[in-house]
Design a protein around this ligand. Structure first.
Ligand code: ATP
Ligand code: MG
Length: 598
């Protein structure tokens, strides 16, 4: 299991492989490499200017002892102002460049992720939750954004200051530098770890307090139980124990905090005192100048700050590497061979032949959902599929759509196996009208246009008319521009279906897959949907998962699917001839008004 920190991001060690994954992100920065490098240069320059600052302050102090001290002070002062100005300019451009590179690189990453994600096969989406995927695209990328704009710069700046600062110090006085390095960094590192420990301990104290609070909540909510069991004294004791525990923990936490405060005062400031003490001795012996010691102390402060800050920056980088790894993990999944850029629009005739089809869902390989399905449909045929719930009807539809392609047996479209066709050709030639129609947020017109974005206004209206949707659309004040979906009007189930049918008219597929609504529409809406479907099915091969007897009666062929097999097939008349037929039983049950799946 993955270790998770409090904000839910994986907080694990940066492993070599994770780092290698994260470095792949560089591919998105590469197009803006030039700007990125200039940004880095500015970062280098601004850190350099930052490093000059203490040195110049020291010079300023030493200028006091110069014979011509007025001029000397003014010289150093002017230089200081120039350095500050330069640093301001460098920082300004560094931030602008980094933000530009990051924004563009991350937009590229977002687009690539989405492009990849949306082309992944159905099996991928079955094993992930939408929320999880959503968070990858939004949260992980935001984390990376922070990393690229600030954290990374921070890290580099701190490293530069530590290395540059120590080098400068060593040049001034290697003796004092060694002395400082022996004392200050260990104290700072101890402080960081001590501080972390205290924060963690404070959390356990809070948890203990929360534990005791649970008792109050539970017993007050269940006061009836407490009273009826006369368990007041038991609860009083229980609460006393918990609150005492919390108090004990709190007191211990106070002890740690007190020790920490003393440690900071004595350790951190003591270390500083030690350095100054040593430095003063060196001034006395003439090994060091006052200004140099002054600069030395400021450098030590810079270096100390950077060492202290590194821990925080490291943990942020750690999180970013985790985010990069989980995000880039999506790219390890292979997409469907959709060839989105391929312009070819092959039209299928609509002949379908299914031979010895056998299938298990990838997520449940041990359950064979379809065992042995065989049927043939010629162009323009109507096939009705009936059967018990869970028999595999929807699965068959998914396979015809090639949502899963690891089936055994053959699905032939126009006498050619589906997997040898272009995937795009098959999906473009099949129209699906599902049980529950989901419209996109947008206008009615946009929703109909989804069937064919190039259709003209007249074509949209014509499709709506043929789908018996025009009249109700025109009854809205805004007509075709009426917004539907979350922020728009609520359409009835029958109205939504007719819009879906109009959309299909525009798509004009040669094969239709219909999943008839099980929830009954009112009879007027029902008959309009029925008429619209009749119109839509004209001249197309249709496979209908049927629940209405009327649809089934009119079918050229009825397939009774049970337990993943076609147990009976034929026309209504043929199947009614079978004595003891499953279909015959269905029909008689429905006639008797029983709840069935037909
Ligand atoms: N994504 C999936 N992953 C794993 N198993 C699935 C998946 N979808 C369906 N199944 C299983 O496959 C079997 C057939 O399901 P399917 O949805 O095809 O039945 P159905 O005939 O359409 O039923 P209904 O009439 O209730 O819609 C069921 O046992 C179901 O649990
Ligand atoms: Mg189903």
């Amino acid at each position: 299991m993955r270790q998770r920190s409090k904000d839910g991001k994986p907080g694990k060690k940066i492993t070599k492989s994770a780092l290698k994954e994260a470095l792949k992100l560089y591919a998105y920065i590469r197009p803006y490499q030039g700007r990125f490098l200039i940004g880095l240069l500015f970062l280098l320059l601004s850190s350099g200017a930052n490093l000059l600052f203490p040195k110049l302050l020291g010079d300023l102090v030493d200028a006091v002892s110069d014979d011509n001290y007025r001029e000397a002070i003014a010289d150093v002062g002017k230089l200081l102002l120039i350095v500050l100005g330069a640093q301001a300019i460098f920082s300004f451009f560094r931030i602008i460049l980094f933000v530009q590179v990051t924004e563009k690189a991350l937009a590229g990453l977002r687009q690539a992720t989405y492009r990849h994600l949306i082309q992944l096969p159905m099996a991928f989406f079955n094993k992930r939750r939408v929320g999880e995927l959503n968070s990858r695209i939004s949260a992980d990328i935001s984390l990376l954004q922070e990393t690229f704009t600030t954290t990374l710069a921070e890290f580099l700046r701190q490293m530069l200051i530590i290395i540059g600062g120590i080098t400068l110090l060593a040049v001034t006085s290697w003796k004092l530098t060694l002395f400082m390095l022996a004392i200050l960094p260990p104290v700072i590192i101890l402080t960081v770890f001590f501080g972390k420990f205290i924060r963690r301990y404070a959390k356990t104290v809070q948890e203990k307090v929360a534990d005791s609070q649970v008792i109050v909540e539970e017993t007050l909510q269940g006061i009836f139980n407490v009273k009826s069991f006369v368990s007041e004294s038991f609860e009083i004791l229980r609460y006393r124990d918990r609150t005492d525990e919390a108090a004990q923990a709190g007191i211990k936490g106070g002890l740690y905090r007190a020790a920490f405060a003393s440690f900071v005062v004595f350790g951190l400031f003591g270390a500083l005192v030690a350095v100054i003490w040593r430095g003063s001795t060196m001034i006395a012996t003439g090994e060091l100048q006052t200004g140099q010691l002054f600069a030395f102390i400021i450098y030590s402060g810079f270096i100390g700050g950077s060492i202290g800050g590194l821990a925080d920056v490291y943990s942020r980088i750690q999180k970013a590497v985790g985010a990069a790894e989980s995000l880039l993990g999506i790219f390890d999944e292979s997409p469907e061979p959709l060839n989105l850029d391929d312009e070819n629009n092959e039209r299928l005739n609509g002949d379908i032949e299914v031979k010895s089809l056998r299938f298990s869902y990838p997520s449940r390989p041990d359950v064979t959902v379809l065992k042995d399905i065989n049927f043939t449909a010629n162009k323009g045929d109507r096939i009705a599929i009936v059967g018990t719930s869970g028999g595999g009807k929807s699965t068959l539809v998914s396979l015809l759509l090639q949502l899963y392609r690891n089936y055994e047996g053959d699905i032939l479209f126009d006498q050619k196996e589906a997997r040898e066709h272009h995937l795009k050709t098959i999906r473009a030639n099949i129209g699906v009208v599902p049980q529950e129609v989901l419209l996109f947020g947008g206008s009615i017109k946009e929703n109909i246009l989804y069937g064919n974005p190039n259709a003209s206004e007249d074509e949209v209206m014509d499709a709506a008319k043929r789908a018996y949707a025009h009249d109700f659309i025109m009854s809205f004040p805004e007509g075709y521009d009426t917004l539907v979906g979350e922020r728009g009007v609520q359409l009835s189930g029958g109205q939504r279906q007719r819009i879906a049918i109009a959309r299909m008219m525009l798509k004009n597929p040669s094969i239709l897959l219909l999943d008839e609504a099980t929830s009954a529409l009112d009879s007027e809406s029902e008959s309009m949907v029925q008429k619209a479907l009749e119109e839509l099915m004209q001249g197309r091969t249709s496979i209908v998962i049927a629940h209405r007897l009327s649809t089934i009666r009119n079918a050229d062929q009825i397939l009774v699917v049970q337990g993943g097999e076609v147990v009976e097939s034929g026309s209504h008349a043929q199947l009614m001839e079978e004595s003891d037929g499953v279909y015959k039983e269905y029909v008689s049950m429905q006639k008797m008004g029983h709840e069935t799946n037909i």
